[in-house]
Design a protein around this ligand. Structure first.
Ligand SMILES: [Zn+2]
Length: 211
């Protein structure tokens, strides 16, 4: 699994640049071989066996034999990397507050299970994202989450996306010891892209999974 979402990509390229060209120049991955998503903060996840750009989906799953690097983009949302090294499936999911509240991770894992994966073999990595230290929300968002995923003090509510995702994973039998996460909060670490910090000027982090 690669957690190297081309960290400084936006220092080198403008967002308007052609994304596949960026990948070629930075990773030597060939653009015609990748699969990416036009993300819509949905809970849609697709199994794919051909490279290309997939519409209205926020997660993609494939088999390693297809040799398709999967790509998603985030700026504060959680990039979730999924691996079943036994059956040979990989997946990549974009999980913002909407996707997390709709348990997009479970949509992704249902594809793994439908294809024969065992929960014991699933490994998951939650990449750099905005963490509960910095992710202040209002009631319009908080109402979609169980209290246990909210950290409240007097006038503020902070959302813990990672703990909701982890709770979903544990609920379907993924082992705690197979759940990994980055220590980086994208809001705090200026090497990472944060929509909350930089608003419309924010770049995007590209996460790639390719074994
Ligand atoms: Zn933080």
């Amino acid at each position: 699994m690669i957690n190297e979402p081309l960290l400084n990509l936006n220092d080198v390229f403008n967002l308007e640049d052609d994304f596949p060209l960026m990948l070629i120049s930075k990773t030597k991955i060939e653009s015609q071989n990748i699969a990416s998503c036009i993300q819509t903060h949905s809970s849609n996840v697709q199994y794919i066996d051909k490279p290309g750009v997939y519409k209205d989906t926020d997660g993609i799953v494939t088999h390693l034999n297809n040799k398709i690097p999967l790509v998603i983009q985030t700026a504060d949302c959680v990039p979730i990397f999924i691996l079943d090294n036994n059956k040979g499936f990989i997946g990549l999911v974009h999980s913002g507050w909407k996707g997390t509240s709709k348990s997009i991770i479970l949509s992704a894992l249902s594809i793994f299970f439908d294809r024969g994966s065992d929960a014991n073999d699933i490994k998951v990595y939650l990449g750099p994202c905005i963490k509960s230290c910095c992710y202040e929300i209002k009631n319009d968002v908080a109402k979609f989450f169980d209290e246990k995923f909210l950290n409240k003090n007097k006038n503020q509510i902070f959302l813990d996306l990672e703990s909701k995702i982890k709770s979903d994973l544990l609920s379907i039998g993924v082992k705690n010891s197979n759940i990994f996460k980055s220590n980086i909060c994208t809001y705090e670490n200026k090497n990472f892209c944060s929509y909350r910090r930089d608003n419309k000027k924010a770049g995007r982090m590209y996460s790639i999974i390719n074994l």
